[in-house]
Every structure is written in C-alpha cells, then in structure tokens.
Write a protein that binds this ligand. Structure first.
Ligand SMILES: Cc1cc2nc3c(=O)[nH]c(=O)nc-3n(C[C@H](O)[C@H](O)[C@H](O)COP(=O)(O)OP(=O)(O)OC[C@H]3O[C@@H](n4cnc5c(N)ncnc54)[C@H](O)[C@@H]3O)c2cc1C
Length: 489
C-alpha cells in the first residue's frame, strides 16, 4: 500500500499554511500523508518580504495584519511567536488624506467612509459643508431594497454622497485594494459594510451599535483600525519563516516552477509538470497561486475552469521604502501615513510612516517611509523604469512632507499582477469555480484570489482547504509513529 501524496503549489503564506494545517490534521487523525510544497522562486514567503539593512527593517510586501479576524494571530501563537508580536505604537494613531498638495488629518472616529464622531468630523476641512450634511444624513436613508451586488462606489455614493467617494473613500480603498471602487464588488471586498446595512439599515448606526455593545472594535482611531494591527518585532518574514521551519526541510522545494497540471481519470492521479525538473504524480494538488496563474496551469487539462479563473483580474503595485534622517523632514509625522486621492494626480497612492507605525523600524534619529505606487489608477506609473519611479516618489514625498535632501537608503520592490480585484460578481464567480472544481476530487484552490485578500483571510482559507483535502484523499494505512514525516525520496 502506498502513502497518499499531496502537492501544494506556491510557497506564500497560503501554501505554507496549507502544508502546516494538513500535516497537523494528519497527525491528529493518525494518518500518514506525504505533503510536499513546490515554490517556483528561490525563496518561500511569497508577497511577504522583510529586509534588514543598515539598521532599518524594511517591509517590501505586507507590513502588518489585522487581528479582529483572528486566524493569523491564532496561527502565530500556535507557532510559538507570541513574544515576537508587536502592536502599532500607542501614539498618533491616525492618518492623513492629501488634498491640493497638503496633508489633512482624517477626523477622529472616521472609519473608512463612516464618520462615527460627528463633532470631530464637522471640524474637519476634508469635506465641504454640503458634503458633510449629506454624509451625516446617512442614518436617515432607507436601506437598499434588494441584495444584488453593487460596486463600492455605488454604495458610498448612495449612502454618503459623491464628495465622500471622491475625497475620502476612493483614496482609502485605493490604499487597501489598489482598485477602482467603480468596479470593485462591495459584497466581496467589504462584506462587513454590506452586512451592516442589511442588518441595521445604516452603516453609521450599525457601527455605533456594535461599538457600544463592544461587539465591534471599529472606530477606535481614524482611518483603518490601527490598534488592531499587529506585526512581528523582526518583521513579517518571521511568520513565513516559522511556517517553513514547522515543515521538515526536504518537503519544501524552492525553484520548482509548475508549468501545467494534468488529470488522469483512470488512475485518479494528478500530474504536475515542473519543466526540466520533470513530471510528478500526486493524489491531490492544492494550487495556492493567483487565479491568473492557476488558469495557466489548467489551460490544457481543464479549459473551462481555466477560462473562469482567468476572469479574476489583478493590478500591479510597487512599494518604495525610503529612509531619511529625522531632521531632513519638516512634517511632524504625527500619524501612521497618508493616502492620495486620484484627483491629486500623483504617482504615490499611499505612504506609511513605517517607523512611526511600528517600533524598531529605523535607528535612532532616522525615519522610514514606505510609499505605494500603481494599482488601477497608477498603471502608467507602474510601467515607468526604476529611476523615473524613484524620482517621482521622492519629489512627491518632498512636497507633501517638506523633505530636504536625498534619502539615505531606498528600496523599490515591484509586485506585478499581485493585487487581486474582487470585481462585481466575484462571489458568484468563485462559487461557480468551486462547484466545477468539486467534480475533481483531489484538486483544490486557495489563496488571496478567492475569499479574502488579507493575511488572516489567507490563513483561514488555507485551514479550510487543508480539511477538505484531508477528507478527499484516499487513506493508505495507519501508523503510530513518524506521522507525516516522510523522508525525501
Ligand atoms: C505590496 C503588498 C502589500 C500588502 N500588504 C498587506 C498587509 O499589510 N496586510 C495584509 O494582511 N495583506 C497585505 N497584502 C496582501 C497579502 O500579502 C497577500 O494577499 C498574501 O501574502 C498572499 O499570499 P499567497 O500565499 O496567497 O500568495 P503569494 O504570497 O503571492 O504566494 C504565491 C507563491 O506562489 C509562487 N508561484 C507563482 N507561480 C508559481 C508556479 N507556477 N509554480 C510554483 N510556485 C509559483 C510565487 O513565487 C509565490 O511565492 C499585501 C500584498 C502586497 C502585494
């Protein structure tokens, strides 16, 4: 009798978490499964990339994760990383919005688009008086009568008016999803907003009720909920590195780029083509790459599913870490960063004050900033060469933050086609793809392309997928010892 073999394709947080959970479940159930992970690039971690250089801790990809979605936090603790976790700094938990070349503070109690503290909101100069009146009328508007999907832009316009969309929501959403709110699905991208309107008839009322009843820790700070963001003292790579360490080294293969997947119905086996590294056969394959890449792998063997996967779209982004001496910057940096609305016509779409947000990101007397470029409104900027991009970013930051002189260190990292866009109809499309996939036991899909883009969503989806894989793969034999520890052949 042979041991069932599972291939996990992709070594980002999703693939690593699937490997971790599958091994855990198989141990708990006393079943031997050969779990192998294949990563195309020379390193595991995917989008997560921390670099430590000249005393700075640079996050090139994600710099934090939200903790009110508990799955990433729970996994970090399970991996023994509790003492490594850090929260955002306790001071200046607020953000800014660019308007006419200046940075205006987002009023206290402002949750993305919903003003929860009316007094602070009324004092703000981000929105005009007619715009403010329109926004605070939100609790008195009827709720949407049907539950059809709508774009984020349509939702914001309907509930808060056009100004709220143009001056605030578009930039905030751009900073998170790097997308165009006119085409992003509210239900798929911001399901909480959809649910709050459905349940309470109003976003402001719903948030206020939940905050009061402590069901929901929203609105503790302006902009995103900063106190609920966590990271690791030594950066986000600590998380992916711990997952790598939890799996015996010979089961994770880097430099293994999958070129195609084939199914043999007679033997019910899956063949993965690793190009010059050969063909390998498995009882189950879990694809954790973006839907676009998954589509390419399945193009020949499952063309219908492949076409559906190819309908999920992406935007490209780049991050630019820039370090300065504190005295080079005249802005007080009394916040965690700023977002830039499309109407400002800039290259930078958002910028984090990384060393103000988390401790230990810059040496004494220095500041670390991190700018975002690209997304739906920045496709042309993304195409510029490194030199042009760096020059545009540094000159815009100079203008917004009153910087003199050049940065002491810069790092530009490009993420082509990396930010998935949950467009209108995304939920239905994913449901349809999952239905098709269910006809092929042993094939599974997970990752940020389907049910949530953040790291906690990826972790939760990975655990669910690991359970599903465990249910479908054939059982070979039970053994008390050496569970899940198959030596490399
Ligand atoms: C710049 C940036 C900032 C972000 N900031 C945050 C944040 O602050 N907080 C947050 O929660 N989320 C953030 N996100 C989102 C989050 O980082 C991602 O959704 C998450 O890391 C995706 O993980 P993944 O494993 O699904 O995919 P990836 O990390 O993309 O991993 C996929 C892996 O598959 C590999 N691969 C690709 N093709 C093949 C192939 N053919 N064969 C084998 N391997 C292949 C790739 O090399 C890669 O390692 C950010 C994303 C980006 C890009």
């Amino acid at each position: 009798m042979t041991t069932p073999r599972v291939a996990i394709l992709g070594g980002g947080i999703s693939g690593l978490a699937v490997a971790y959970f599958l091994r855990k479940i198989s141990k708990e159930n006393n079943r031997l499964i050969e779990v192998r992970l294949f990563e195309g690039s020379p390193r595991a971690g995917g989008a997560i990339k921390t670099e430590i250089a000249e005393g700075f801790l640079l996050e090139k990809g994600p710099d934090a994760f939200i903790t009110d979605k508990p799955w990433a936090l729970a996994l970090a603790k399970e991996l023994g990383l509790e003492n490594e976790l850090i929260s955002t700094q306790a001071v200046n938990r607020r953000s800014f919005i660019a308007r006419n070349g200046k940075l205006l503070p987002v009023p206290e109690g402002f949750y993305l688009v919903a003003p929860l503290s009316v007094r602070a909101f009324l004092n703000s100069s981000i929105i005009s008086w007619p715009g403010k009146l329109r926004m605070i009328a939100e609790p008195f508007l009827p709720k949407k009568s049907d539950d059809r999907d709508e774009s984020i832009a349509s939702f914001v316009r309907r509930r808060f008016g056009s100004e709220a969309l143009e001056r605030v929501a578009q930039a905030m959403i751009g900073g998170i999803y790097t997308g165009d709110p006119e085409v992003l699905s509210l239900r798929a991208s911001m399901p909480r907003f959809f649910e709050l309107e459905q349940k309470y008839g109003s976003l402001i009322r719903g948030l206020q009720i939940e905050v009061k009843s402590k069901k929901n820790p929203f609105a503790q700070a302006s902009g995103p909920r900063y106190s609920l963001f966590a990271s690791f003292r030594q950066g986000m790579s600590v998380f992916s590195d711990a997952l790598v360490k939890s799996v015996p080294g010979n089961l994770i293969r880097t430099g293994f780029l999958a070129h195609g997947i084939d199914y043999e119905p007679r033997t019910r086996k899956w063949q993965v083509d690793f190009g010059e590294k050969g063909l390998k056969e498995f009882d189950a394959v879990c694809i954790t790459l973006s839907a676009g890449r998954a589509a390419l792998l399945l193009q020949k063997s499952l063309p219908d599913i492949s076409k559906k996967l190819a309908n999920i779209s992406y935007e490209s982004v780049a991050t630019v870490n820039l370090a300065y001496k504190r005295e080079q910057i005249s802005h007080s940096l009394d916040g965690f960063g700023f977002v830039v609305p499309k109407s400002e016509n800039k290259t930078v779409i958002a910028c984090s004050f990384s060393s103000q947000k988390f401790a230990g990101r810059a040496p004494e007397g220095h500041v670390l900033l991190r700018a975002f470029v690209g997304g739906a409104f920045g496709r042309e900027s993304f195409k510029r060469n490194d030199e042009e991009l760096l020059s545009a970013v540094t000159s815009e930051l100079k203008e917004y933050l009153g910087i003199h002189g050049n940065p002491v260190l810069t790092r530009l990292e490009r993420y082509p086609d990396a930010m998935v866009q949950y467009r209108l109809g995304h939920t239905e499309l994913v449901r349809d793809i999952r239905k098709d996939i269910s006809l092929f036991p042993g094939l599974s899909l997970t990752g940020s392309s389907y049910d949530g883009v953040g790291i906690p969503d990826c972790v939760r989806a990975a655990e669910i997928e690991a359970q599903k894989i465990f249910q479908v793969i054939p059982e070979s034999f039970n053994r008390e010892s050496n569970l899940g520890m198959i030596p490399d052949k």
